[in-house]
Design a protein around this ligand. Structure first.
Ligand SMILES: [Zn+2]
Length: 129
């Protein structure tokens, strides 16, 4: 599964950045031409996150539309359909893809773990019996 290997790649990139901190959110930018299904990616991430020790970290997907620059009219526009790569302005097929192939982790949110502040303050519970 395509999405599963992407998730392993994400985990591999995030790990050294996270160090010992708890990752809460991973922001990924994904181009439309990557043909990633966000729901599938999120599902696969849960599996990978559990395996790789990123429990509690969720993916925040930032979709990027596919865009092309036209050789005929020089207009750069977003593609409305992923199935036809032609210039939406003039219909020419002489276009070069300038966006939509992104797959990058833009940032991660972490929660700093400070060892001295781990234990809850409710240290003594009075027992009545
Ligand atoms: Zn055009």
């Amino acid at each position: 599964m395509h999405e599963l290997s992407l998730c392993h790649a994400i985990a591999g990139v995030v790990r050294p950045h996270a160090a010992d901190r708890e990752v809460t959110v991973i922001h990924v930018r994904i181009g439309a031409l990557r043909q990633v299904i966000p729901e599938t990616l999120a599902f696969c991430w849960e599996l990978v996150a559990a395996q790789e020790g990123f429990d509690g970290a969720r993916l925040e997907i930032d979709p990027v539309p596919a865009s092309v620059t036209c050789a005929s009219c020089s207009v750069t526009s977003d593609l409305e359909s992923r199935y036809s790569i032609s210039c939406p302005a003039c219909g020419s097929c002489e276009v070069s893809v300038v966006g939509g192939e992104e797959f990058l982790i833009t940032s991660i949110d972490v929660r700093a773990v400070s060892p001295s502040a781990v234990s809850p303050s409710a240290a003594t519970t009075p027992e009545r019996g």
